[in-house]
Design a binder for this molecule. Structure first.
Ligand code: DAS
Length: 358
């Protein structure tokens, strides 16, 4: 090659290098977050802007929810899917299985950074815990709802949705399990519960506390969830058509054995007894649960009290009765874990291990 051609090539490379240096830095594209909408108050409407009860839940579609918060574009590239449009008192394990499959499909895609699920608040904690136990990805899954309908003055849904998307788009949220993000707080799916019928700050983790908070669209974490979740769990619902039927019997003064016997007659595979105190059993309830156990039904002693773990062999001789204790899980969450446990085993020692691990 002649010297002249060398010079021409060198000048061309120099020009390219200078142009590249002068061009503004290519900002990395914002993370892609998919919003799976299921209904609830966050999608609710009322006849007047001051109505915060007696409204219609599950009427506003996912596109409108996204359009109502244009600020989402500053934190993520957002897409939306309307998976269901229901009030969450109508959510069932069948819905959970559909949701879990769609979450796993989305998170398996390299271009999806996280998923947000808009959901009614009444059973939000149950869907969150189920997903916490079955989702096979470390990417963020964030559930969000609202206590005021979208038509209300100072509706809480838009800011809750903004925070939930910002959290799902954040690197800090990776590997922390399924989270609930409402009222600027971040809670772990396992620990959070709805504590008030109407208050905006209804979602609390009364005994173990929040994971962190949202400040100006950024998460600030103070602790991590200790129990196994998502990629660390042994549960796989890929081929589960229907979860084993597990019921909950609430104990109260004089409750006797009626609810337990009704669950047995309904053909449940497991019973969670929401006992009084430290999971205490009345004479009648104990007799009914012993008979249920003899039929092969797995019995878990939980408590109707929101705080504290049920002590094994405390208020009942669980070893002798072959019962399981729920650790500190609420009855409604113990029911979810027992149903998943029964997809793998009916061995009560194995199931007790699971209640210590998750
Ligand atoms: N009925 C309630 C539900 O759908 C409304 C709400 O609080 O989201 O859970």
């Amino acid at each position: 090659m002649t010297t002249r051609r060398h010079h021409t090539l060198a000048l061309a490379f120099l020009a390219l290098a200078l142009a590249a240096a002068a061009a503004p830095p290519q900002l990395a594209p914002l993370p892609q977050v998919t919003i799976l909408a299921t209904g609830g108050t966050i999608a609710g409407t009322a006849a007047t802007s001051t109505a915060t009860v007696g409204y219609t839940a599950a009427t506003v579609g996912v596109a409108a929810l996204i359009a109502a918060v244009p600020e989402l574009a500053a934190v993520a590239r957002v897409s939306g899917e309307q998976v269901f449009q229901i009030a969450s008192e109508n959510m069932t394990p069948a819905h959970w299985l559909i949701l879990a499959r769609r979450v796993d499909e989305l998170l398996a895609r390299d271009d999806v950074a996280g998923v947000v699920i808009t959901h009614g608040t009444d059973t939000l904690e149950e869907t969150a815990y189920f997903l916490d136990l079955v989702v096979k990805s470390a990417k963020p899954v964030v559930l969000v709802g609202a206590m005021r309908p979208s038509t209300a003055i100072s509706a809480d849904g838009p800011m809750n949705l903004y925070n939930a998307v910002a959290l799902a788009a954040s690197r800090e949220a990776v590997g922390r399990g399924v989270m609930v993000c409402m009222n600027d707080r971040i809670d772990a799916a396992r620990d959070v519960t709805k504590t008030n019928t109407v208050a905006l700050d209804t979602f609390r983790s009364p005994e173990l506390g929040i994971l962190g908070v949202m400040e100006g669209g950024r998460p600030a974490f103070y602790r991590t969830a200790e129990r196994a979740h998502t990629t660390a769990t042994e549960f796989d619902v890929t081929n589960v058509k229907e979860l084993p039927n597990v019921g909950v019997a609430l104990a109260y003064a004089g409750s006797g054995r009626v609810a337990i016997d009704a669950l047995v007659a309904a053909g449940v595979k497991g019973i969670v007894n929401a006992g009084v105190g430290d999971g205490s059993l009345s004479v009648e309830a104990k007799a009914a649960l012993v008979e249920a156990r003899k039929r092969g039904i797995v019995v878990v002693r939980a408590s109707r009290i929101p705080g504290g773990a049920v002590a094994r062999n405390g208020e009942a001789n669980d070893d002798a009765l072959d019962f399981v204790v729920a650790d500190n899980l609420s009855p409604q969450k113990a029911r979810i874990l027992l149903a998943l446990a029964l997809t793998r085993t009916a061995d009560t020692r194995e199931i007790q291990r699971m209640f210590r691990r998750y």
